[in-house]
Design a protein around this ligand. Structure first.
Ligand code: NAD
Length: 260
């Protein structure tokens, strides 16, 4: 389905990004992996994807907190592969605190990685996609791009911003063969959420299992985590012909969170 297409997935050394990379590789796309982590582990992931799916996979460690590095990732990909078809803006971080205690440096970091990186990546990728008359931009937002929770001022602001950016780019590229959409996951069990489960368990003196059950019970009516593979499947769908007319909108994968 995606044979011959080239995809960048930012923040794909872990969690949801890795699930997306695996599903796009399964569909035949060549991949650019990005994100932090142990060099040996990243190389093992990269080699595993090439071996399992008979695609080309390269790694680029560009830091998504730096606009120039994001634009450099796009330019380097076009130079290496001669094209760019799919950009998944997935890299993201979290920090929780009441707004009056929220450290300014954390606010800046979250806004730059979770929102500004997508702006820089999209701005650099759209000309190439327009030239090809085909492109898919998928922003991994969150239920927190649609509704709020306490103690997540920067994250909720960034994700709402990302949904707004998605709409603008959807409008600006409409009819060009390029689409831009946001995927809004609820709770997905990844290292990012594992840390929040650990914090709840420590604060409340309860087990990790009890903390994860509480986390789900509070927000996610299905009482089940979504999986990185399911998020990968959603992105692969948005890259399919069936999604040609889906643009400037959001798809929730949240077990019913935003239905109530
Ligand atoms: P994760 O911590 O498992 O993975 C985050 C990835 O981003 C890692 O590969 C990390 O190396 C990379 N990254 C972090 N800072 C970076 C930087 N400066 N430059 C480049 N890469 C960087 O987290 P995850 O849960 O897989 O989250 C992925 C995305 O999904 C995030 O945007 C997050 O906000 C979103 N999301 C997650 C959940 C969830 O429940 N896990 C829910 C909704 C949305």
């Amino acid at each position: 389905m995606l044979k011959g297409k080239v995809a960048i997935v930012t923040g794909s050394t872990s969690g949801i990004g890795l699930g997306i990379v695996r599903e796009l590789a399964r569909a035949g796309a060549d991949l650019v992996l990005n994100g932090f982590g142990d060099v040996g582990e990243i190389e093992a992931i990269r080699r595993g994807i090439e071996r399992d799916h008979d695609v080309r996979a390269v790694y680029d460690g560009a830091d998504m907190s730096k606009g120039e590095a994001v634009r450099g990732l796009i330019a380097a990909t076009v130079e290496k592969f001669g094209r760019l078809d799919i950009l998944v803006n997935n890299a993201g971080i979290q920090f929780t605190a009441p707004v009056e205690e929220f450290p300014a440096a954390k606010w800046d970091a979250i806004l730059s990685i979770n929102l500004s990186a997508a702006f820089h990546g999209i701005a650099a990728a759209v000309p190439q996609m327009r030239k090809q008359r085909w492109g898919r931009i998928v922003n991994i937002a969150s239920t927190h791009g649609l509704v709020a929770s306490t103690h997540k001022a920067a994250y909720v602001a960034a994700k709402h911003g990302l949904v707004g950016l998605t709409k603008v780019v959807g409008l600006e590229t409409a009819g060009s063969g390029v689409t831009c959409n946001a995927v809004c996951p609820g709770w997905v069990r990844t290292p990012l959420v594992e840390k929040q489960i650990g914090d709840i368990a420590a604060q409340r003196g309860i087990s990790q299992k009890e903390a994860s059950e509480e986390l789900l019970a509070e927000k996610q009516p299905s009482l089940q985590f979504a999986s990185p593979e399911q998020l990968g499947g959603t992105v692969a769908f948005l890259c399919s012909g069936a999604a040609d007319q889906i643009t400037g909108t959001t798809i929730s994968v949240d077990g019913g969170w935003t239905a109530r």
